[in-house]
Write a protein that binds this ligand. Sequence first.
Ligand code: MG
Ligand code: ZN
Length: 373
Amino acid sequence: MFRNTACSLLLALILGSCITPDVSPSPSHNLQPNRKAKNIILLIGDGMGLTQITAGLYSYNNQLELERFPVIGLHKSYSSDNLVTDSAAGATAFACGIKTYNGAIAVDSDSLAVQTILEEAESKGLATGLVATSTIVHATPASFIAHASKRSYYEEIAADFLDTEIDLFIGGGKKYFDRRETDDRNIYTELEAKGYIMSDYFQQKLIDLDVDYTKNFGYLTADNDPLPVRQGRDYLQPASALAMSFLDTHDAENKGFFLMVEGAQIDWGGHANDSDYIITEVLDFDKVIGDALDFAQKDRETLVIVTADHETGGFAINPGSTMEKIEPGFTSDYHTAALIPVFAYGPGAELFAGIYENTAIHNKMRLAIGFKK
Ligand code: MG
Ligand code: ZN
């Protein structure tokens, strides 16, 4: 036994010294991507920790699209004022590369606005998009396009959609655009006046729309929060597919795109300590992951990243569970501070191996797409 172990150790040492690793063990900020990405698709499963993924996997015949990723890392999700982050500080870390306080939407600890990667992509002529299964003004999408000292300033966040040239957005929250309480503005018609083709669930289903790819496009899927998928929400996969083909062809200059898609309600299942809610939302999100990988495999210039802002619920799969039926346990109805998995595919994917701060995801995306030398 000892001899076998010693032999394999020796073999590993010899092999290890012969093989040049793809990823240098030096600090990740010194890394350069092997190949530059033209497009980035960032997929955020809100509250999607390892147990959420595991529960989805075993509930779906022991298979997920997530298993197709060649590179896996872990990020440290804590915020500037709490070991347990919220989704605002968590998304701001990805969007802006800064640790900030819980509740901050793309602002620093002094509440000063910090440029987001979506804004930077816009300024460099890339096409940009946001798709979410929450309201589009909710913390995760908001942190890519708006700046607010509090995440609950939904109407202020909706007005910030006029400040960028975002090319496509799809999510709930129509009332924050067209029936506002804090002012008499109608952001929906202001966006139309700016040249956006605007539509919503109350007029036409997304899949029935004939979208003009040459115009900017906004679609609101609900007045407030969209439904859970198990209660009939059906737009995440078609909206994400539309976003990918739309952004890929929207820009005549063909400079690439940045797209963020959020599976928002995995988190809400965690808050509710409802494993069926979590699992159905993970599986809905996993379909989008598969579509993004298919797109990137064909396109060969797209970096796909899947991660979460934090874990929710202290979710556990308890003894007595089977693949057919999970016996869930929860330690909390809020978020927890566990390390969060990161999955990457495409040019620059190798940058995402290892253990790093959540803010490093911002830096790695910028390195991969060539925003940062
Ligand atoms: Mg969210
Ligand atoms: Zn949450």
